[in-house]
Ligand binder design. Structure first.
Ligand SMILES: Cc1cc2nc3c(=O)[nH]c(=O)nc-3n(C[C@H](O)[C@H](O)[C@H](O)COP(=O)(O)OP(=O)(O)OC[C@H]3O[C@@H](n4cnc5c(N)ncnc54)[C@H](O)[C@@H]3O)c2cc1C
Length: 480
């Protein structure tokens, strides 16, 4: 009978596998990480257009942690139909917008109306140079592909690209890059359908305060039907991935972030190693692809945990024996083909954004806490994000380091909130709106200088709270 650790014991094969992981698929990411295949239908899309007529299916988010049974799953064909339906909705109806269901927090669940813009999808050139019009329901992968046909691209992308554009900006979704802000920071103008069924527009010259509030608004100000977004000429990137002793890479992180367009690292728990990933603009026009990333490394890390979790020292020793830090991996391609990856294995996640200068001290504390828990095996992700000025942006007037900690969807994740959350909070962290955290309105108000302004604007736009569910009420301090 084959011993489950046999693959890890054969140094050559195993180290090559770890290496492939580390380098492949954008990174370790793909190698070590869980996620959704681009081709796979998002959970929230399970209810199709016809669901507006039929009894809706139960809804669940990507990780399966959040679920609901809506009374109606409304998938309007166009903005006018959406506005009419909101005007006609019976008094007291709660409506929650849903994108691709890739948030971990209970932002979406309602037992009343779910509104999905799956049929409002597409990209066009904007009337102004250097910008595109993106319909709210467009998946990021579709945004990238359609922009590419126009010779254009988004300046940056998150780890995956299955999210809807409106859903992604609504929670402050970001990639990595010291000089690169989150997606919503590139939004120049928005169209929303309000709770009253009115279509409103905002931009720097028209309703600028609404633009500042609505770019990250958790579906609480209206349904975003279209965004005018800054784009850049299509570009290629060169990706480089390597393994390095973790503490050494941590110390080099600020310098690497200054030197490279995109830099991030994944810390591999109980191995002593981290994987560095850089992306830089590539003008060579060469295309260099890598073997599609699979999840062998994640499985190997899990196996190491399962078999050697009883002895952190032995686990670290075996991991050090298996990992060959000399191996590296390089890829060259269109930016969107490299920046976003696939995450087949499901997980739950917390992520906070701490002031950039607190990033290293914070991540060291988080690593120390994680390594006290023998069940931990998922890599930790560390990224850099530039500041912006959206009122509820976690990066509001603050360059940040984003630190993300994951737990397998089929395992307990309570320590993400009880043990890891307080460390982030001590370092002044603002939680990712779409990832697990336990903060309420009072704590959030202390973290966001424009929080009260947002509350007032929301009250004006939706005095009856038709766009709120219990989670939103607790976040935004709405009791009535
Ligand atoms: C595998 C995985 C990888 C991820 N990687 C990253 C990453 O690299 N960086 C990062 O920052 N985040 C990441 N996330 C988090 C994810 O990007 C966010 O949670 C994002 O908001 C999900 O988009 P969605 O389309 O699924 O929106 P949903 O989760 O469906 O909704 C999110 C919010 O947007 C609102 N909303 C949706 N559509 C509209 C609309 N038309 N108008 C107004 N409001 C709307 C909803 O009401 C809700 O409040 C990841 C998540 C997963 C599961």
């Amino acid at each position: 009978m084959t011993h489950p650790l046999d693959s890890l014991r054969r140094r050559g094969a195993a180290s090559r596998r770890l290496l492939l992981r580390a380098g492949a698929g954008s990174a370790l990411g793909a190698a070590l990480w869980p996620g959704l295949a681009r081709a796979q239908a998002p959970a929230a899309a399970a209810a199709s257009a016809s669901a507006s007529q039929a009894a809706p299916a139960p809804w669940r988010n990507w990780s399966g942690l959040q679920q609901c049974q809506p009374r109606r799953h409304f998938v309007p064909a166009n903005e006018a139909e959406l506005a009419q339906a909101l005007r006609d909705a019976p008094a007291g109806t709660t409506l929650r917008s849903v994108g691709a269901g890739h948030s971990f927090t209970p932002l979406v669940p309602t037992d009343q109306w779910l509104v999905s813009l799956d049929r409002l999808s597409g990209v066009a050139r904007a009337p102004v140079a250097g910008a595109a019009l993106v319909q709210g329901g467009t998946r990021l992968a579709v945004v990238s592909r359609q922009l590419d046909t126009l010779g254009l691209a988004l300046p940056n992308l998150p780890d995956i690209d299955v999210q809807s554009y409106a859903g992604a900006i609504s929670t402050g979704t970001h990639g990595t890059g010291r000089e690169l802000p989150a997606l919503h920071a590139e939004v120049q103008a928005l169209r929303l359908v309000t709770a009253r069924g009115e279509v409103v527009e905002c931009s720097a010259s028209k309703n600028p305060e609404l633009l500042a509030a609505a770019r990250v608004s958790l579906g609480s100000l209206g349904v975003i039907t279209q965004a005018q977004v800054r784009v850049v000429p299509a570009y290629n990137l060169h990706r480089h991935v390597w393994l390095e002793p973790a503490m050494q890479l941590l110390e080099r992180a600020p310098e690497l972030a200054r030197k490279h367009r995109n830099f991030e690292f994944y810390y591999l728990p109980f191995t002593g190693y981290a994987a560095g990933i850089t992306h830089d603009v590539d003008t060579s026009a060469e295309v260099l692809t890598v073997q599609a990333a699979d999840e062998d490394v994640l499985r190997d890390l899990r196996r190491l945990r399962d078999w050697l979790g009883f002895s952190p020292a032995l686990r670290r020793k075996v991991a050090g024996w298996l990992i060959d830090p000399k191996q590296t991996e390089d890829a060259r391609n269109r930016a969107w083909r490299l920046l976003a990856t696939q995450r087949p294995t499901r997980f739950n996640e917390t992520e906070y954004h701490v002031p950039a200068e607190a990033g290293l001290a914070c991540v060291k504390e988080v690593i120390a806490a994680l390594e006290k828990r023998s069940e931990v095996f998922f890599p930790l992700e560390f990224r850099f994000v530039a500041a912006d000025d959206a009122w509820l942006s976690p990066f509001y007037q603050r360059a940040s380091c984003s630190i993300a900690v994951h737990a397998a969807a089929d395992e307990a994740h309570d320590y993400l909130l009880s043990e890891i959350g307080p460390i982030f909070q001590r370092h002044g962290g603002r939680p990712h709106w779409g990832k697990l955290h336990s903060l309420g309105a009072a704590q959030l108000a202390a973290l966001y200088p424009r929080f009260k302004d947002f509350q007032a604007l929301r009250r004006d736009m939706d005095p009856e709270g038709r766009l709120l569910n219990p989670h939103l009420r607790s976040l935004l301090g709405v009791t009535a």
